[in-house]
Ligand binder design. Structure first.
Ligand SMILES: *[C@@H]1O[C@H](CO)[C@@H](O)[C@H](O)[C@H]1NC(C)=O
Ligand SMILES: *[C@@H]1O[C@H](CO)[C@@H](O)[C@H](O)[C@H]1NC(C)=O
Ligand SMILES: *[C@@H]1O[C@H](CO)[C@@H](O)[C@H](O)[C@H]1NC(C)=O
Ligand SMILES: *[C@@H]1O[C@H](CO)[C@@H](O)[C@H](O)[C@H]1NC(C)=O
Ligand SMILES: *[C@@H]1O[C@H](CO)[C@@H](O)[C@H](O)[C@H]1NC(C)=O
Ligand SMILES: *[C@@H]1O[C@H](CO)[C@@H](O)[C@H](O)[C@H]1NC(C)=O
Ligand SMILES: *[C@@H]1O[C@H](CO)[C@@H](O)[C@H](O)[C@H]1NC(C)=O
Ligand SMILES: *[C@@H]1O[C@H](CO)[C@@H](O)[C@H](O)[C@H]1NC(C)=O
Ligand SMILES: *[C@@H]1O[C@H](CO)[C@@H](O)[C@H](O)[C@H]1NC(C)=O
Ligand SMILES: *[C@@H]1O[C@H](CO)[C@@H](O)[C@H](O)[C@H]1NC(C)=O
Ligand SMILES: *[C@@H]1O[C@H](CO)[C@@H](O)[C@H](O)[C@H]1NC(C)=O
Ligand SMILES: *[C@@H]1O[C@H](CO)[C@@H](O)[C@H](O)[C@H]1NC(C)=O
Length: 841
């Protein structure tokens, strides 16, 4: 963790108190403590009390402090020697800044620099040695009798010295990278002043980075994250009266109050904490994601609860030119073949935007006669997201011609040839992504100097040619013998494996798994924790092998957790058969599920629609599986990531919950787990982002969201621009008209009682207050028909604003534009699926 956090740069003392510090060394600590008790901290800067050196001011409730702050320049040094005026939390041990006065030139010596009230009444940062003004609040004030005060809200306010209700300037209106509770994020339509969140350049430099989050300046009600103020790579979707359509999880809960105001004079998003003691902040991270963190006192650290865009690799140009992003690797960015980091120090500070540079110039770029003489070659990169700005090359009607078209122009860096023709790249290659399977995937042929790609064929012939024929023959024969011996041994070992596969977990060897999966060739999916491959044991049992990525856990702990997962067995849970833990490699071996995931069955066009009876069986089975996790096994397991992707189906469509226990398994790297899975849009219980402890009821919420999708056959957010399906369903349920909610592919063919029951359960599950949600045990009983269920209230966060014409419109539009919406949403759901990488397990 560490967004604007660092170890404390130096000790701070309180102005006006330092004189009271006696010089008696032995009593120092005692008195330092005493000093805090004796002095009421000063929270203001007035015309006679400038701030400099190690002085700071602290808000009345001791929540925030302001002073000079020096971020660490790298992991090994505590201070960069650059100072900035900053506001940080004063009541937690991890130094975490929330605001900085952005200056072009950082302060090098805070003792000769002062933060003071200038003669014009503005608050300024003045370098006294050079007599240079580095920063100013820059507002026009009629007099100079002003003072600055640090508030418990984290805002520094410039106020009239004799009347504190007259405020001239507030730092919270000029946020830097952090959006604090009580702060607005929006636009004042009279002045045009907008609040944008701009990340630091890197972990050591608070100057503005390339990304920004702001309300659409064109006046719509959606927020964008932009790269270089030009390219939008994420949007919240428009406000529909209740939620932003693409972040439905952002609703008011117990701890939070989210509000969007949009009228003639202003338009902004605002949030506040219901309990002031809970510390929470939104930060625009220098890696281009917006993150919400909450301070968890019991673990004394900031815990990431939410972030967008969901995948780090969706951030535009994150890895710079010639860098490639990889979802399952840390760091996310690497240089492509033949290139190396332009600025090692920036990369070390996790700023990859500088990108990479070519190691060896191309033949055509090289002027010297002594240099490269061999023609350039092409390096094949398969399964990558192709870079932006491809140019169609007219001449290239075959792969060979396409290659030639690229070779013949010195500015051509790469080409691809596919069914739509030949494309070349003359500009920097941006936005490459490894191990990619979504939209725009392809094979890139990267142009490199010949020396970067040693000619393997030639070398081999040279070696063979150099060896006397007889010796070679002997070697070959020996080689063949060894190969067969090796194969035999291998086969024996795998056979041994399948024999021991009785009840307990098998510890597989890595090369055995490599063998049974044909060297990981048949990928079933790539989920939050790693990729899944299909394999076949020697006795023809099909298996699914999950290769855990970004895993940093010790062998012993891994085995302990795996054995817990292994003993968690139920007919509605995917069975773990074995594991592999060898060196840094961690793999899990599961039974194979022939019908894939519920996500595939529900949302992809190439499967026939599941009948209602099967859907009901899936709903009930899933509830049973979850109930087993929650109540029946030794330690209660909260799944944390219930969604259709994680419900797998066997031959007869019996649902099996997968991926349980993994959140705990990867628990050490908590933030990463959260980033990858909890971003799952639409299934998150509100308490995930409100910072209260997570209980099994969070799974119930996600289960309810999933039930709606089982009913409608579509993703909840894919019912058109402004329609969030659960909102629609809750109101239709009250009108008694649940039949219209049913997946149109079923043509009304569903048991009406079961349909009504399922709708009611779903609506109960997504109540804001977790205590009103049913337990999984109750859900099972209701679906089994053993318990009756009442009409649920409309969840508060989904309540329809009665008067809003917007809302009325989209309800009546729904039926008329149903067909086109279906088509649209199928398309979007496919993109979504492929980019998010649905997982087999
Ligand atoms: C400035 O603040 C200090 C300490 O709070 C106080 O002693 C002093 O009188 C103030 N000066 C003015 C001009 O208000
Ligand atoms: C870390 O920063 C310090 C101070 O700027 C510098 O002297 C040192 O060389 C840096 N270390 C690395 C590994 O970059
Ligand atoms: C405030 O302004 C008056 C008149 O311009 C000036 O005499 C006085 O020194 C100023 N006070 C401060 C603290 O700058
Ligand atoms: C202060 O504001 C004026 C106009 O309001 C502007 O021209 C000037 O550039 C600003 N100065 C700084 C340092 O922001
Ligand atoms: C500050 O407040 C006092 C008292 O309300 C008022 O007389 C004075 O005009 C105010 N100063 C400015 C610059 O608004
Ligand atoms: C302070 O300013 C407010 C708003 O301008 C005004 O209503 C109030 O009367 C002023 N108070 C004093 C003591 O001047
Ligand atoms: C705002 O509108 C202009 C003109 O219609 C368009 O070029 C621009 O891309 C829009 N900006 C955003 C952020 O949508
Ligand atoms: C950002 O855009 C500006 C012009 O809009 C351009 O000059 C600059 O090179 C761009 N930055 C990067 C890193 O591409
Ligand atoms: C806009 O909303 C704000 C906050 O609710 C309110 O203070 C302001 O008066 C409203 N303006 C108009 C024109 O309705
Ligand atoms: C917009 O800014 C102007 C000038 O600072 C201010 O008077 C007005 O109250 C602001 N409007 C809103 C709605 O905050
Ligand atoms: C080749 O020569 C041109 C012009 O003389 C020069 O601009 C360029 O930098 C040279 N390139 C290399 C790789 O030396
Ligand atoms: C190489 O391609 C660039 C971009 O398409 C073009 O401007 C340039 O004229 C081409 N050069 C040659 C020698 O064809």
């Amino acid at each position: 963790m560490g967004y604007g956090t660092s170890p404390g740069p130096h000790t701070h003392s309180i102005p006006g108190c330092s004189s009271k510090l006696p010089s008696m060394a032995p009593l120092f600590f005692l008195l330092l403590f005493g000093q805090i008790l004796l002095c009421t901290a000063i929270d203001t800067i007035n015309s006679t009390t400038p701030l400099s050196g190690t002085q700071k001011i602290v808000s009345a409730g001791q929540k925030f402090a302001l002073g000079f702050y020096s971020p660490p320049s790298n992991a090994t040094s505590s201070s960069s020697g650059n100072y900035y005026i900053a506001i940080w939390y004063s009541n937690i041990p991890t130094l975490t800044t929330v605001w900085t006065a952005t200056t072009d030139v950082p302060v090098s010596d805070p003792t000769t620099t002062s933060f003071q009230i200038a003669t014009d009444g503005n608050l300024v940062l003045l370098d006294q040695a050079k007599n240079q003004q580095l920063w100013s609040t820059n507002v026009s004030i009629a007099s100079n009798s002003t003072m600055a005060i640090i508030r418990d809200s984290g805002s520094l306010d410039l106020i009239n010295a004799s009347n504190s209700s007259i405020v001239y300037w507030r730092s919270i209106d000029y946020p830097t990278n952090t959006w604090l509770p009580g702060g607005k994020l929006g636009l004042n339509k009279t002045t045009g002043l907008s609040q944008r969140l701009v990340p630091w350049k890197n972990s050591a430099d608070p100057s503005p980075g390339l990304f920004s989050l702001e309300l659409d300046p064109n006046g719509t009600t959606q927020y964008f994250i932009q790269w270089n103020e030009s390219i939008n790579y994420w949007t919240s979707g428009p406000w529909n009266g209740n939620i932003f359509s693409l972040v439905p999880e952002m609703t008011s809960g117990y701890n939070y109050d989210f509000r969007f105001i949009n009228n003639a004079t202003e338009s902004y998003f605002y949030y506040s904490m219901k309990d002031d003691a809970v510390l929470s902040r939104f930060v625009m991270d220098f890696n281009g994601q917006i993150k919400q963190l909450t301070w968890v006192p019991s673990s004394q650290q900031w815990i990431l609860f939410w972030s967008q865009p969901r995948s780090q690799c969706e951030v535009y140009a994150l890895c710079g030119a010639y860098g490639s992003c990889s979802v399952n690797a840390l760091p996310f960015c690497n240089c492509i073949k033949g290139y190396s980091q332009k600025d090692q120090n920036d990369w070390d500070l996790q700023d990859y935007s500088g990108g990479c540079k070519r190691n060896v110039p191309l033949q055509c770029q090289n002027n010297s006669t002594s240099g490269q003489t061999k023609p350039d070659k092409f390096y094949t990169m398969e399964g990558v997201r192709l870079p932006d700005n491809a140019q169609s090359a007219a001449g290239g009607t075959s792969s060979g011609e396409c290659e030639l078209a690229c070779l013949n122009n010195c500015t051509c860096n790469a080409y691809t040839y596919n069914s739509s023709g030949c494309f070349v790249w003359h500009e920097d290659l941006m936005n490459l992504q490894d191990q990619y399977s979504g939209d725009g995937v392809g094979t890139l042929f990267l142009r490199l100097a010949a020396s970067e790609l040693p000619d393997r064929k030639k070398r081999k012939t040279a070696i063979i040619g150099g060896v006397v024929g007889g010796v070679a023959a002997v070697l070959i024969i020996l080689g063949v013998v060894f190969f067969f011996l090796f194969q035999k041994r291998r086969r024996e070992r795998t056979l041994r494996i399948s024999k021991t596969a009785g009840g307990t977990l098998i510890a597989f060897r890595y090369d055995d798994l490599q063998h049974v999966t044909s060297n990981f060739s048949q990928k079933l999916g790539g989920g939050a924790f790693g990729s899944v491959f299909k394999g076949k044991l020697p006795d023809s049992t099909a298996i699914a092998v999950k290769r855990l990525d970004g895993f940093h856990q010790g062998e012993k702990q891994f085995r302990a957790e795996v054995s817990t997962i292994g003993t968690t067995q139920h007919v509605n849970l995917v069975r773990l058969l074995g594991f592999c833990s060898q060196g840094s490699r961690r793999l899990l071996v599961y039974e194979f599920m022939p019908k894939g995931s519920l996500e595939v069955q529900l949302f992809t066009g190439d499967t026939t629609a599941l009948s209602w009876a099967i859907r009901y069986q899936i709903a009930l089975g899933t509830a049973r599986g979850l109930n087993y996790l929650h109540e029946k096994c030794r330690d209660c397991i909260i799944h944390c990531d219930v969604k259709p992707d994680n419900i797998l189906l066997d031959e007869s469509f019996v649902p099996k919950v997968s991926d349980f226990g993994l959140a705990k398994l990867l628990g050490r790297d908590f933030s990463r787990v959260l980033t990858t899975m909890r971003g799952t849009r639409g299934y998150l219980a509100p308490e995930w982002i409100s910072g209260v402890p997570i209980t099994a009821k969070a799974d119930v919420f996600s289960y309810g969201m999933m039930l709606f999708e089982i009913i409608s056959g579509r993703r909840n957010a894919d019912h058109g621009e402004d329609t969030f399906f659960p909102t629609l369903a809750a109101s239709k349920l009250h009108e008694g008209d649940v039949q219209t909610l049913l997946d149109p592919r079923l043509k009304g063919d569903a048991n009406p009682d079961e349909l009504m029951k399922t709708c009611k359960v779903a609506c109960w599950c997504i109540q804001d207050d977790e205590s009103t949600r049913p337990t999984t045990g109750q859900i099972v009983q209701i679906l089994e028909g053993l318990l009756d269920v009442n009409m649920p209230p409309v969840p508060r966060s989904l309540k329809v604003l009665g008067e809003s014409p917007n809302v009325i419109n989209f309800f009546s539009d729904l039926s008329s534009s149903q067909t086109s919406q279906t088509q649209n949403s199928t398309a979007t759901s496919q993109t979504h699926t492929s980019t998010s990488g649905s997982s087999q397990l």
